[in-house]
Design a protein around this ligand. Structure first.
Ligand code: NAD
Length: 494
C-alpha cells in the first residue's frame, strides 16, 4: 500500500509509529496510508523551519517573486495530475478539482506581486531633521492547519502570502486527503524554494497540539470546523501566538419575490450540491421571501432530477461521493430526522441507489424548515438544501443575522436598492448579489463573521500581509547638514 510521507527539509520522510487510512471515496477502498507525526517528528520539522528562516528572510524580494512565477507555471502545467490526486482522495469531480487549483493559484499570483505588497511608508521631516519610516518584517515560523474539503486551495490561501512575507512554514494538512500538500511542497522545491522553508507534517490532534504550544511557532493559520477553530484560537493565543482560525458556516441565499427565477434556481442547485455540499461557502439555506417560494421549490426540484452523481473521474458526473462513510451517514441522519422536526422532505437523497461501495448519497431538498430544527441549526456539510419561508425582506435579514455563523450570504433580486440595503444590513463577511458563492478573488481577503472566524484578520489578499508580518517603525535623525564636511549646498534647517 502506498504510504504518503512527510516533507521535511526537502526530504520525504516515511517512517512513523502511527499511520492513518486514506480512502478513495468513490470506491470505498482504503488505497493509501498516511504517516501520523509524533511529537518528536513535529519538533524536527519546526527545527527545520527555524533553521531555514534567516536565509529565506534575507532572500531578495525579486528572487522570492521569481519562485512564485515558477510555481505558477509548474502548477498550471501539472494541474491535471494534481486534480487527479484530489479526486482520488477527496472524491470531487475532476472539473471541481481543477477549479480548486485555479482558485488557489490566484494566491500564488498575488504573491508574485509581493514587492508591491511589502512596501512600507515614509514621512519626511516629522520634526526638524527627523524622518520616520515603517517596514513590515516576517513573524517567523508559521503553522498552517487545513481542512479536508479544499486540500489544494486552502493550503495555497496560506502558504503563498506566508512565504512571500519571508516566513518559513509548517503545513499540517487534513489527514483524510493529505497527498496534495506534499505535491505542492515538491512543486515549490522544484521552483527553487530552499530546503526547510516549506515543510509538510501529517498528523492529528497530537501533531496540532505541538504546533499550538511550541515556542518557535509564532503564528497559526487554521481553517476547519467551528469547535476546533475556537479551541485552536484560544490555545494558540494562550501560548502567545497570533492566530486566525476560520470555522464552519451555514450560508443563506435570500431570494426576493422579484428575482429571476431560473437564475436563482440554477444558482441554488449548483451552490448547494456542487462538490457534494462540502464547501464552506456552499448554500445550505434558501430563504424564499413572499410568494416566490412554491415556484422556486418546484424549479429547484425539477433541476435536481438531472443531476448526475458518480465517480469524480467520470466526465459526465456533476457530483461525487462524500469524504467518508461516517460523514455520509451523518448527513443522512439529518434528512431522516427532518420530518419528525416538522419540515417536509421534498426530495430524499437517501432513496437514490448507487451501484458502488463508495460514499455516495443523493441530493436532498427540505422545505418548511425553521430555526430550532437540527437541520437548520447544525452545519450539515453535505448535499442537503433547506428552504425557509420568510414573509418579508426584514424577516429574511433577521433570520440571517440571528444565525450563529456569518461566512457567506447571497441575495437574488433585480432591485439595486434592495441589494444595496442588504449589503448594509447583513451580518456576514462575504456577500453575493445574484452570485451564490461570493468567494473573493485573490486581491481581496476571505473571511466570515461571528462563529465563522476567530481572530482579527481574514485570509489571503491584503489582510494576509498584515497577519504574516510585524510592523516596525524607524525614526531617524542625521547630524545637521551644515556641520557636514561635504558642502551640500542646502539651506539651513530651522
Ligand atoms: P476539522 O475541524 O475536522 O479539521 C480541520 C483540521 O484540524 C485538520 O487538519 C484536522 O486534522 C485538524 N483537527 C481535527 N480535529 C482536531 C483536534 N481535536 N485538535 C486539533 N486539530 C484537529 O474540519 P474538516 O472536517 O477537515 O473540514 C470541514 C470543516 O471546515 C467544515 O466545518 C467547513 O465549514 C470548514 N471550512 C471552513 C472554511 C472557511 O473558510 N471558513 C473553509 C473550508 C472549510
Amino acid at each position: 500500500m502506498q504510504t504518503i510521507p512527510h516533507f521535511i527539509n526537502a526530504q520525504r520522510v516515511s517512517e512513523a509509529e502511527r499511520f492513518g487510512p486514506v480512502f478513495n471515496p468513490a470506491t470505498g477502498e482504503q488505497e493509501k496510508q498516511v504517516v501520523l507525526a509524533s511529537r518528536a517528528r513535529v519538533d524536527e520539522a519546526i527545527a527545520a523551519a527555524k533553521a531555514a528562516l534567516p536565509g529565506w528572510r534575507a532572500t531578495s524580494l525579486a528572487r522570492r517573486s521569481g519562485i512564485f512565477f515558477k510555481v505558477r507555471e509548474i502548477l498550471n502545467r501539472r494541474k491535471p495530475e494534481l486534480a487527479a490526486i484530489l479526486t482520488s482522495e477527496h472524491g470531487k469531480v475532476l472539473s471541481d478539482a481543477e477549479g480548486e487549483i485555479s482558485r488557489g493559484l490566484e494566491n500564488i499570483e498575488f504573491a508574485t506581486g509581493l514587492s508591491h505588497m511589502l512596501k512600507g511608508e515614509h514621512s519626511e521631516q516629522v520634526s526638524g531633521g527627523i524622518d520616520v519610516h515603517s517596514v513590515r518584517q516576517p513573524v517567523g515560523v508559521v503553522a498552517c492547519i487545513t481542512p479536508f474539503n479544499f486540500p489544494a486551495m486552502v493550503p495555497l490561501w496560506m502558504i503563498g502570502s506566508a512565504l512571500a512575507c519571508g516566513n518559513t512554514v509548517l503545513l499540517k494538512p487534513s489527514e483524510k486527503d493529505p497527498s496534495s500538500a506534499v505535491f505542492i511542497a515538491e512543486v515549490f522545491a522544484e521552483a527553487g524554494l530552499p530546503a526547510g522553508v516549506l515543510n509538510v507534517v501529517h498528523g492529528d490532534k497530537e501533531a496540532v497540539d505541538v504546533l499550538l504550544e511550541h515556542q518557535d511557532v509564532k503564528a497559526v493559520s487554521f481553517v476547519g470546523s467551528t469547535p476546533i477553530a475556537q479551541s485552536i484560537y484560544r490555545r494558540a493565543a494562550d501560548h502567545g501566538k497570533r492566530v486566525q482560525a476560520l470555522g464552519g458556516a451555514k450560508n443563506h441565499m435570500v431570494v426576493l419575490p422579484d428575482a429571476d427565477l431560473d437564475m436563482a434556481a440554477d444558482a441554488a442547485v449548483s451552490a448547494a450540491y456542487g462538490s457534494a455540499g462540502e464547501r464552506c461557502m456552499a448554500v445550505s439555506v434558501l430563504v424564499a421571501v413572499g410568494n416566490i417560494a412554491d415556484d422556486l421549490v418546484a424549479a429547484i426540484r425539477s433541476r435536481m432530477a438531472d443531476l448526475k452523481i458518480g465517480p469524480g473521474t467520470d466526465p459526465s458526473s456533476q457530483m461525487g461521493p462524500l469524504i467518508t462513510a461516517e460523514h455520509r451517514d451523518r448527513v443522512a441522519s439529518y434528512v431522516a430526522g427532518a420530518e419528525g422536526e416538522g419540515a417536509s422532505v421534498v426530495v430524499d437523497g437517501r432513496e437514490q441507489q448507487f451501484d458502488s461501495d463508495g460514499f455516495f448519497i443523493g441530493v436532498s431538498l427540505i422545505d418548511h424548515v425553521k430555526p430550532g430544527m437540527k437541520v437548520y441549526d447544525d452545519e450539515i456539510f453535505g448535499p442537503v438544501l433547506s428552504v425557509v419561508r420568510a414573509e418579508t425582506y426584514s424577516d429574511a435579514v433577521r433570520l440571517v443575522n440571528e444565525n450563529e455563523f456569518g461566512n457567506g450570504v447571497a441575495i437574488f433580486t433585480r432591485d439595486g436598492g434592495a441589494a444595496r440595503q442588504f449589503e448594509f444590513d447583513v451580518e456576514a463577511g462575504m456577500v453575493g448579489v445574484n452570485v451564490p458563492i461570493p468567494v473573493p478573488v485573490g486581491t481581496f481577503s476571505f473571511g466570515g463573521w461571528k462563529n465563522s472566524l476567530f481572530g482579527d484578520t481574514h485570509m489571503y489578499g491584503p489582510d494576509s500581509i498584515r497577519f504574516y508580518t510585524r510592523g516596525k517603525v524607524v525614526t531617524t535623525r542625521w547630524p545637521d547638514p551644515s556641520t557636514s564636511v561635504i558642502d551640500l549646498g542646502f539651506p539651513q534647517v530651522d
